[in-house]
Design a protein around this ligand. Structure first.
Ligand SMILES: NC(=O)c1ccc[n+]([C@@H]2O[C@H](COP(=O)([O-])OP(=O)(O)OC[C@H]3O[C@@H](n4cnc5c(N)ncnc54)[C@H](O)[C@@H]3O)[C@@H](O)[C@H]2O)c1
Ligand SMILES: O=P(O)(O)OC[C@H]1O[C@H](O[C@H]2[C@H](O)[C@@H](O)[C@@H](O)O[C@@H]2CO)[C@H](O)[C@@H](O)[C@@H]1O
Ligand SMILES: [Mn+2]
Length: 455
């Protein structure tokens, strides 16, 4: 049993999301009391740039919370009760490659979907396992890692394979963001919604949207038929959602539901169901990574600099659903609240016609010993088939990482719905291996050995 006040470590302390998450923690200190907040990152310079902003957010609410900034895992994790993970392995520089390499081949270039997501997965699985081992070594024996690090579906599968006993809960804010918009459409706070949902991370569907026991999906469907899942509320409560790419993403729910009106899709399904349209509208020289570097990151760094110069912190970050959700989940874990949240769990029969060991995203009651998923039952053949193909692609990718297998990586790329042919898969993977030399040594070697054999 862990008792408050808690020691919380944030792995990926230099993340653009750190100030927002810490603000979210500060405004509910009475519900989630904290003794210490520790930032941990492998990039000292980046973390030290953001740390003063974080410290200011803390001191505006508390003088007593101890604040530590470190790149030493022992300092970061000793005795910690919670670790929030939000590592971007390879940072935005590699995200840019993940997005731009596939686009050069006419294939979707995206952070977590398609070849970009697979490449990001190949970089992240082993550092995530390393983090788990460090937490296991130093932290409280009942510590929980609540993980946002993407690509969360692949990370979850990698953790299931390599550290099945670890106390890690993988989460994503996308369904909550959709629920925020749904709430705005229906005129109710998102916390009043009870949803049913099934899928993999960034690959799922809402099947029911209950408000006081009544299914409001038909009403949402009527809104989507005109506007997609776009609402003014999204842009108001989360500035990033007025970025052109997000506006387009919310709009794209409409064409998907025009064709398949039964369920409300996760916005990320646009990349799998309408890849050609996505590629046509993506600028191969200016992708989302550039939008973020010139938007969220630039604004935060400029604010940090202004704060350093003037002692005044400009408005440069927001809490939003992202900051709220991770704290909600942590509270439910800490105090056995059994709140119902959409999280990633091992299937174990929750979705009857998907593999028992698949890491699925479904509603679950969050207890102090982890999530207790609800039973979904059978899903329709169309959805089951899409899910199985995506799952196979992600599982092969994890096997490729574990075994250092070029062939399995190529199979993972070939199986992905965003990739039209084996030739596309190979051309993209080979370029990605070049770009990821610092991150995929085993795969690089396997590839070189294969090339040598062919000669
Ligand atoms: N699951 C979700 O729904 C969700 C939502 C938003 C963001 N995210 C993820 O959160 C993460 C942070 O996003 P961001 O845009 O703020 O990125 P960012 O680049 O600003 O921050 C990530 C930080 O992680 C650090 N890092 C990289 N490798 C590390 C390692 N091995 N150990 C410790 N730290 C390491 C980097 O140095 C960087 O400071 C990303 O993985 C992103 O994909 C997930
Ligand atoms: O392109 P980015 O880096 O702005 O966002 C990519 C993430 O998008 C989803 O999450 C959030 C977003 O991070 C948050 O700031 C807020 O604006 O809402 C989004 C959900 O609508 C996604 O769930 C993450 O996995 C992505 O990393
Ligand atoms: Mn997500």
């Amino acid at each position: 049993m862990i008792t408050p006040p808690f020691i919380l470590s944030i792995a990926g302390g230099g993340s653009t999301y750190t100030p927002g998450i810490v603000k979210s923690l500060m405004v509910q200190l009475d519900k989630f009391p904290l003794a210490e907040i520790r930032l941990y990152d492998i990039d000292d310079a980046r973390q030290n740039t953001i740390a003063p902003v974080v410290e200011k957010v803390i001191r505006d609410h508390s003088q007593s919370i101890k604040f530590i900034v470190t790149s030493d895992p022992e300092v970061a994790f000793s005795g910690a009760h919670f670790v929030f993970a939000q590592m971007r392995v390879g940072q935005y520089k590699m995200r840019e490659q993940d997005e731009k390499i596939p686009l050069r081949h006419g294939v979707v270039g995206q952070e977590t979907c398609g070849p970009g997501g697979l490449a990001y997965g190949l970089r992240t699985i082993l550092p995530m396992v390393e983090l788990i081992d460090m937490v296991d070594r130093y932290a409280h024996e009942k510590a929980w890692i609540v993980n946002y690090s993407n690509p969360a579906a692949i990370v979850a599968e990698g953790v299931r394979r390599l550290r099945p006993e670890a106390r890690v809960l993988n989460i994503c804010d996308m369904p909550v963001a959709a629920m925020r918009n749904i709430g705005a459409i229906l005129g109710v706070d998102r916390h009043k919604l009870e949803v049913d949902y099934f899928g993999l991370n960034h690959f799922g569907w809402f099947t029911r949207i209950l408000v006081d026991g009544e299914d409001k999906l038909p009403e949402v469907r009527r809104h989507v038929a005109k506007f997609g899942l776009l609402t003014e509320d999204a842009a108001k409560t989360d500035p990033q959602h007025s970025d052109p790419s997000w506006v387009k993403t919310w709009r794209n729910i409409k064409p998907i539901m025009d064709n398949f009106p039964e369920y409300l899709p996760n916005p990320y399904l646009q990349y799998y169901l309408m890849p050609n349209q996505i590629v046509e509208h993506q600028n191969p020289d200016y992708t989302r990574a550039n939008e973020v570097m010139n938007g969220r990151e630039k604004k935060l760094f400029a604010a940090a600099e202004e704060y350093k110069q003037t002692g005044i912190l400009p408005d440069a970050f927001h809490v939003g659903v992202h900051g709220e959700f991770i704290v909600d989940v942590a509270r439910s874990l800490a105090f056995n609240l059994r709140q119902r949240h959409l999280v990633m769990v091992e299937n174990r029969g929750a979705i009857v016609n998907l593999p028992y060991d698949a890491m699925v995203e479904v509603p679950a009651y969050i207890t102090s010993e982890g999530p207790e998923p609800i039973r979904i039952g059978r899903v329709p053949l169309f959805h089951q088939t899409l899910l199985q193909q995506q799952l196979a692609s992600e599982q092969l990718l994890v096997e490729a990482t574990i075994e250092g297998s070029y062939e399995k990586a190529l199979q993972a790329f070939t199986l992905n719905r965003t990739v039209p042919t084996m030739e596309h898969a190979k051309a993209i993977l080979d370029e990605m291996i070049e770009a990821n030399q610092a991150y995929w040594p085993a795969l690089q070697k396997a590839w070189q050995d294969g090339e040598a054999v062919k000669k």
